[in-house]
Design a protein around this ligand. Sequence first.
Ligand code: F6R
Length: 242
Amino acid sequence: MRIVILDSADEVAAYGAEIFIRCIRQKPAAVLGLATGSTPLALYRRLIDANRDAVVSFAKVSSFNLDEYLGLAGDHPQSYRHFMNTHLFDHIDINPDNTHVPPGDAADPLQACADYDKLITKLGGIDIQLLGIGRNGHIGFNEPSSGLQSRTRVKTLTRATIDDNARFFSTQEFQPHLSITMGIGTILEARKVVLLATGAAKAGAIKAAAEGPLTASCPASALQMHPDALLIVDAAAAAGLE
Ligand code: F6R
């Protein structure tokens, strides 16, 4: 695991975006693993700008998102499919058919999970996986105690994650407590993993991920086993590191 510490969240986004742009320029049909949440937004804005300026094309790219709320269809405003369309896919030249988000409205979620992993394999595996990190060390929706070799599956969200994400839902709105998430084993199969973390609230999780024991109590610590995992963090998120 390598760690790059930068002064600001903006520099984290710029550094991360450059890695994605370089990857796609080297392999125009790259398979990207993507994340939602607040952290990747600035990186996505940079990818949109680079696409607009013809620095990079997504015309041959495929993507797989980490996770989706179980119970929300893709046209629901709080769904991660909607998030990805709004914040990235609608603004770049990617073929929508090549973008994949776990189906939150699947009639048979367990089958949908198995199908998702199969499709990743069929398309050659993920070249570069983008990750954020939860305050409790989760990656995707792999909450603490997730199996380190887990595959894409249905997961119950912890109270901490439900509370963290409540900011996206209005008080009257149904907030799902279940998700479909790529497993930790699925994530570790990506050829390269890039985790972004910004802000003081992530300092404990980053310390546990990078310097703590390899443990299911901190799912991100599994990245210690990955041969090409890079953590890009700002000074605030790095504050706990030795
Ligand atoms: C989102 C995801 C989550 C987030 C994490 C951090 O697809 O997989 O693991 O990356 O909850 O979220 P933010 O960036 O909002 O702090």
